[in-house]
Unconditional design. Structure first.
Length: 94
């Protein structure tokens, strides 16, 4: 599997547990963004219709449907991050 945050290839010889983290960036491995069912365009951002909604897609969770994904989910910036960047750009000193 690959870490959603940094793209580090991680070889797991066992099940991914809730508290497992990436050895490179310390991001949780058992999270929505690392799951094969994660889809930002799907309802609740998950292709598995029986899965419970999770607010924080980067947080470790207990989802019974978690399966490591085959790709690196690109982190998308939130509206708040975009607004903060625009404000910083507007008021930055030259």
């Amino acid at each position: 599997m690959k870490c959603y945050n940094c793209g580090t290839e991680i070889v797991m010889d066992r099940k991914v547990f809730r508290q497992d983290v990436c050895p490179n960036c310390d991001s949780y491995l058992r999270c929505c963004l690392n799951c094969r069912f994660y889809d930002p365009l799907a309802a609740h951002e998950c292709k598995e219709s029986a899965a419970r909604w999770t607010r924080d897609k980067e947080a470790a969770n207990f989802c019974d449907y978690f399966e490591p994904g085959e790709y690196v989910a690109k982190k998308t910036s939130s509206k708040q991050d975009d607004a903060r960047k625009k404000l910083d750009d507007l008021f930055k000193k030259e």
